[in-house]
Design a protein. Structure first.
Length: 265
């Protein structure tokens, strides 16, 4: 059986593509728009009826509310946030039509599943349908315009449900600890893997960037290299810093601003 080509996938998910563009028009960066639409795609798979189509067809004021509710849900999925409100009106539009009453507490309680599911979408079809260059090329191709050979070839390439290797700098989170913290790479790996499955490639602690050697028995900083760059915007909730509580051990994570900007241009 022949694999679908990239352009077929873009046509199949044209509604998601339009919603992605609509979110960006609300002064959201591409990385934020991807998270929102991937969230709505996950909600559809969870039994929230027609989330993406509802967002596409919603009047401007309703769309604004849906977007704010989506961002509140993403905030609830953020590991470092406190438990969220049981207020049923906080995500009233999003929860409309769901079989059971849903509040933000539901997403806080299922934040590990949410992170895994959204990352899976971003790393599969999301690589194609949220690729601005491919989306634009597909539109021009459908309109009968001639494309550059490299873009035409990219649209005809078979879609392979695998994440292409990404340099580890784009998949890394820098972490710090209180001096004297009894932390090991295994503790950190178990924390993330226990929540999101195979998500960590390795953990480097107290690695001197100049010498490349251990500085002492009590690490105060290090780096977590994830298997996918899609984890970082979700773990850090769109910001530059986040706090993690690993069984009473506090760890602070941050992204490298320079490579983050390059990765999201």
């Amino acid at each position: 059986m022949a694999l679908p080509i990239t352009q077929d996938l873009l046509r199949l998910h044209w509604i998601e593509g339009q919603v992605y563009e609509r979110v960006k028009l609300m002064n959201r960066e591409s990385v934020e728009a991807r998270k929102v639409v991937a969230l709505w795609m996950w909600l559809e798979s969870m039994g929230f009826p027609n989330m993406v189509r509802r967002a596409k067809n919603a009047p401007a004021d309703v769309f604004q509310r849906l977007l704010l509710e989506a961002e509140a849900i993403l905030d609830s999925l953020h590991q470092g946030n406190p438990k969220t409100s049981q207020n049923a009106t906080a995500i009233f539009l999003t929860a409309y039509g769901a079989r059971d009453p849903i509040t933000l507490q539901f997403f806080y309680a299922n934040r590990d599943l949410g992170i895994r599911s959204i990352v899976a979408i971003l790393d599969s079809v999301g690589r194609i349908i949220f690729n601005d260059e491919l989306v634009k090329a597909s539109r021009e191709s459908d309109a009968g315009r001639q494309l550059e050979p490299s873009l035409a070839e990219a649209l005809q390439a078979p879609y392979i449900h695998m994440m292409e290797p990404t340099h580890e700098d784009y998949r890394s989170m820098l972490v710090t600890f209180h001096p004297g913290s009894n932390v090991t790479p295994e503790i950190i790996i178990n924390y993330f893997v226990g929540r999101w499955g195979v998500s960590v490639e390795r953990v480097d602690l107290d690695l001197d960037p100049k010498l490349g050697q251990w500085e002492g028995p009590m690490p105060t900083y290090g780096r977590v290299v994830f298997t996918s760059p899609s984890f970082l915007p979700l773990l850090l909730n769109g910001g530059h810093y986040a706090e993690f509580n690993i069984d009473g051990l506090f760890m602070w994570g941050r992204r490298n601003i320079n490579w983050f900007i390059n990765a999201t241009d």
